[in-house]
Design a protein around this ligand. Structure first.
Ligand code: T46
Length: 137
């Protein structure tokens, strides 16, 4: 998609009883995990995100339901649909992201490399484009 932005398919460890997916730090998850947060119960029509991170690496998994993540590197926009616990989207630093089209049952789990730090957010799109070297809006 963009450098560092990948849709990763996880190994399945299910059997006749049902499915199981295991995510291990530095293996399926390409970093050490210091935080996990979950977005769920999203009201219809709501979009979230609208920021990039200076340094944070994350991995997003729709463990139930589905949602779309719009990705923007300052030059190009693309959208990825997450709809299975068997796949995750890596969200590297300096990629603007917006989450939208949540199904009512969507549970979006995000694994993060670091603790919450508001100073790591770029919430102004113009500033993001400047920092991304994309020129004026
Ligand atoms: C991201 C996308 C995918 C905390 O106190 N701790 C946390 O770990 C997080 C993630 C949020 N918060 C507080 C900060 C805000 O007052 O929870 C409130 C809602 O957070 P925010 O508006 O940033 O949520 P989203 O859905 O726009 O963005 C979140 C993450 O913040 C962000 O890092 O990449 O999901």
């Amino acid at each position: 998609i963009f450098p560092g932005c990948r849709l990763v398919r996880f190994p399945l460890r299910g059997d006749a009883r049902g499915s199981l997916v295991a995510l291990e730090a530095t293996r399926e998850v390409p970093f050490e995990i210091r935080r996990v947060y979950t977005i769920y119960g999203t009201a219809p029509g709501v979009a979230r995100g609208f920021h990039a991170h200076h340094a944070l690496h994350q991995l997003a998994v729709a463990v139930a339901g589905s949602c779309s993540i719009v990705l923007d590197d300052g030059k190009t926009r693309t959208s990825v649909r997450l709809e299975s616990p068997e796949q995750g989207l890596t969200l590297p630093p300096m990629v603007w992201h917006e989450m939208e089209d949540f199904s009512p049952d969507c549970v979006l789990m995000v694994l993060a490399e670091d603790h919450y730090d508001e100073a790591d957010y770029i919430r102004d799109y113009g500033e993001f484009r400047r920092l991304a070297g994309a020129g004026a809006e």
